[in-house]
Design a protein around this ligand. Structure first.
Ligand code: FMN
Ligand code: SF4
Length: 444
């Protein structure tokens, strides 16, 4: 079968039917996904120890909660992998009020669709995690900024929030603790850049979703200029488990020293069983994920490439997949775990078309504030386009690498790197595929 002209499917348009287990470890989420009862409070209370962590947290000092978060080795699941306990620890006695807690539910990185399942099937985990987070940093107001396309999830989240208000888990004097916490769902209008935390905060404030200059970081001046903690959906949904069972227990769920817990993976592309999977953090290699967990490459074709961490991540070849799927091991092979969205590409698919599609996306989504990103992304797109149309020049590959070098690390936010890294890696690792268009007269 030839897939050369087929659309490469990745991201939230996929309706994921498959989901995986832990490969020998404990799972926190996956057993509740696909169960339509799980999102309701009775199920949450009966099967998931619902709101017991919140009760426990109210009996702890705020410093003790932050300490457990630090011990847990939970690292942000939004892409950067920053340790959550350390982030929460940036808020201290001297931090002015009011403070805010914002959940990043933009899930805009192409290939990523795991937060969607948390919001759809286990929304109370996120709500409970946010109330505990709010208590830990003394924030009385929280926002969930959700991508505009997630209409169903926004509705389901709102229903769960209403349930929580009804039972006194949100609102004034929660469970008689004296702590108030209000939670609002804010729908975005569908822009990748609003997943970047400061672009998100601007959008939340009703401004254009343009990233801000950092510093100041959100913990110093975030939403409405006030100290704000921004965390990803999966990050916050882990909090009730950590408070209930302890940071050490959570840390040991992971298989590497600095990575605690489990990871939800979004697997898409040419694989037999795409979907959302849960594995121990650092518990498998990419090869094991593709062949053991996901049943191998579609139609038993040969593997051509893997994009390991969402479309921002530099590509790996089929020879590079015996690497542990976690933050540091992937950094060592010059790519990244990002949002743990793994895209599999078979030998039937044209990698030049793939990088063209990815580059077009970043060019379209650039907010335009920085010259290297605004101009460079479109320039790279147009060069790859002319290569595809048989009008490429010998020097184009060197030019692409040069433009990529002049974007990476020279922009306000990481969208520039997200666009530059993949182009440089595709050109370096799949040179003959580009040359087939430039020299061999191949046409798209
Ligand atoms: C261009 C861009 C897009 C991003 N999109 C998302 C996103 O959709 N969801 C997310 O949680 N983080 C996203 N991030 C990362 C956030 O800026 C931020 O690091 C994250 O929300 C922090 O939460 P965490 O520490 O829990 O991971 C994006 C970053 C960049 C540069
Ligand atoms: S890197 Fe791109 S998206 Fe980010 S602020 Fe600059 S122009 Fe905007």
């Amino acid at each position: 079968m030839n897939n050369q002209n087929k659309e490469f499917k990745m991201g939230p348009q996929m309706e994921t039917g498959n989901f995986g287990g832990s490969q020998g470890g404990e799972t926190l989420y996956i057993q509740h996904f696909r169960n339509e009862e799980a999102r309701f409070l009775p199920y949450y209370m009966e099967k998931m120890q619902g709101y017991t962590a919140l009760k426990k947290a109210f009996g702890m000092t705020q410093a003790a909660i932050v300490d457990e978060m630090k011990k847990s080795n939970l690292r942000g699941r939004g892409g950067a992998g920053f340790p959550t306990g350390i982030k929460w620890g940036f808020i201290n006695d001297k931090t002015p009020f009011p403070r805010y807690l914002v959940c990043n539910a933009d899930e805009s990185e192409p290939g990523t669709f795991k937060d969607r399942d948390i919001m759809r099937y286990t929304p109370h985990l996120l709500i409970e995690g946010m109330v505990i987070g709010g208590f830990a940093v003394s924030a009385n107001v929280g926002y969930i900024y959700i991508r505009g396309e997630y209409t169903r999830e926004a509705k389901l989240l709102q229903e769960a929030i209403d349930e929580a208000y009804d039972k006194g888990y949100l609102g004034k004097n929660i469970l008689g603790s004296g702590f108030d916490f209000d939670l609002t769902v804010h729908r975005g209008a569908g822009a990748y850049i609003c997943g970047e935390e400061t672009g998100l905060l601007n959008s939340l404030e009703g401004k254009r979703g343009e990233p801000r200059v950092k510093p100041p970081f959100p913990a110093q001046a975030g939403a409405f200029g006030k100290p704000t903690i921004v965390n990803n959906v999966e990050t916050l949904a882990n909090v009730p488990f950590i408070v209930n069972r302890g940071g050490d227990w959570f840390s040991k769920l992971g298989r590497l020293e600095r990575s605690g817990g489990t990871r939800l993976l979004s697997i898409s592309g040419h694989v037999k069983k795409p979907g959302v999977y849960e594995i121990p953090a650092g518990g498998m290699t990419i090869r094991q994920i593709i062949y053991d967990l996901c049943g191998g490459v579609l139609n038993d074709r040969k593997l051509k490439a893997v994009i390991p961490g969402g479309s921002s991540a530099p590509v790996l070849t089929a020879d590079e997949i015996d690497v542990i799927y976690d933050i540091e091991p992937l950094m060592k092979v010059n790519t990244m775990l990002g949002s743990a969205a793994l895209m599999v590409v078979s030998e039937d698919y044209c990698v030049v078309k793939l990088i063209h599609r990815i580059t077009k996306f970043y060019a379209h989504e650039s907010c335009g504030q920085c010259t290297p990103c605004r101009e460079g992304c479109h320039w790279m797109e147009s060069i790859i386009e002319r290569i595809l149309h048989g009008k490429g020049r010998e020097q184009d590959l060197a030019l692409l690498t040069d433009i990529s070098d002049n974007i990476a690390g020279k922009t306000l936010c990481a969208l520039g790197d997200a666009a530059a890294g993949p182009v440089a890696s595709f050109v370096k690792k799949f040179k003959p595929d580009f040359e087939a268009y430039i020299r061999g007269g191949k046409h798209a």
